[in-house]
Design a protein around this ligand. Structure first.
Ligand code: ATP
Length: 359
């Protein structure tokens, strides 16, 4: 068996796009002899409203037994965002040491980028974001609340080990995937303690990978370059906050949230990794059949690659590109007229008709 998968659709459009990903998974099982087991968990804001928590007490123990997690999206106006994030997503990322957040930024054939010049320039790079520490910590607090001198402190936590882990992953990833350059996002000219430390530690790892070119670029300039020269990038390495922002920019440059996937990776393989679209639960379009399922299905493809089926990953991507060639088969956000279900069904049809090269 290739593996067992835990599926958590979550809230809003998460449920709608996951339905399409499950259709694809079932097609791969019936038509491509993919041998996986999967279970679906209803942990979500609905679950919170009923049980007062986002997942059962032994939820993480349960997930630990899976090879990988396919996640939809979370967020609902009945539950504060910090509850959904810090009681479901963050515990999964932290407990399972998913310290790498991987986001491909690739302009698929058939997708128009908002950048005019993009037709002649290839947008195809990956962002590797530190996913467990940095600027996203719950260390800090408020003082003098309600008074004129009220203040807030939010600490950033950068550890030598944390930086080493993500930087090594980035250079190893570059080498393994035949990339020649790693670009590190920094801001050590203004954030003089943590970012100088980041530069120093990343620099050490770069020295021990001298076959890969290394550059550090201030994150503000990097953001501009994402728009003006996106073809310059291969592997972009960033801290938690910078990576978060750059990823959304990368996703916008490559065609939008509806198609952008991501992976939260536990590189040691000791715990499951988690695959999810970059987008959230998008309450504004939920229940209207408008959600684009491609980001979720591409996330499934990344998951399959992770559990050893790169052939199926590549095949799904080719099928997505074929889908994109017919605007009547894709959703409105990328210029089409199909509903979420219709887009999912059309992709399944392509997969059924197009088994060439897959055993
Ligand atoms: P978050 O959960 O990140 O706080 P959100 O759930 O409100 O945010 P995002 O996922 O950031 O929303 O998406 C922003 C907007 O982009 C959505 O409100 C929606 O209009 C659009 N969008 C996001 N995902 C999709 C999708 N899969 N298909 C079509 N439109 C989408």
């Amino acid at each position: 068996m290739a593996g067992n998968i835990a599926i958590v659709p979550g809230d809003g459009i998460g449920k709608e796009v996951m339905k399409q990903a499950v259709k694809v998974l079932e097609t791969l099982e019936t038509d491509y002899a993919l041998d996986v087991d999967y279970d679906v968990f209803d942990w979500s804001s609905d679950y919170y409203v009923q049980h007062g928590r986002m997942l059962p007490e032994d939820g993480l123990e349960t997930l630990k037994n899976y090879d990988a997690i396919l996640f939809g999206a979370i967020g609902d106006n009945r539950v504060p965002d910090d509850v959904t994030v810090w009681e479901l997503i963050m515990p999964i990322r932290k407990t399972f040491e998913q310290y790498v957040n991987f986001r491909p930024v690739k302009q698929l054939q058939g997708i128009n980028s908002p950048l005019d010049h993009s037709q002649n320039k290839k947008i195809d790079f990956v962002i590797l974001r530190e996913n467990s520490e940095g600027e996203y910590s719950d260390s800090g607090g408020l003082m003098f609340q309600g008074q004129e001198k009220e203040m807030a402190i939010q600490n950033s936590i950068f550890t030598k080990q944390g930086i080493k882990n993500i930087a090594e992953f980035a250079f190893d990833y570059a080498r393994k995937h035949h990339y020649s350059k790693v670009t590190s996002a920094t801001k050590s000219n203004a954030i003089t303690h943590t970012m100088k430390f980041w530069d120093k530690e990343v620099g050490k790892i770069a020295e021990s990978h001298s076959d890969i070119e290394y550059e550090k670029v201030y994150v503000d300039a990097l953001a501009a370059k994402f728009v003006q020269q996106p073809e310059e990038f291969q592997v972009v390495l960033a801290s938690n906050l910078f990576g978060d922002i750059l990823s959304d920019l990368g996703s916008a440059v490559a065609g939008g949230l509806g198609i952008s996937p991501s992976a939260n990776i536990n590189p040691s393989g000791e715990f499951p990794s988690m695959f999810e679209p970059v987008h959230g639960s998008a309450p504004d379009i939920s229940g209207k059949g408008l959600a684009n399922p491609i980001a979720q299905i591409w996330s499934l493809a990344l998951l399959l690659e992770h559990i050893g089926r790169k052939d199926l990953h590549d095949h799904i991507l080719r099928a997505i590109e074929q889908l994109l060639s017919d605007k009547s088969k894709v959703t409105k956000d990328i210029g089409g007229s199909a509903s979420t279900d219709e887009a999912g069904d059309a992709l399944v049809k392509i997969l059924r008709e197009n088994k060439v090269g897959i055993t």
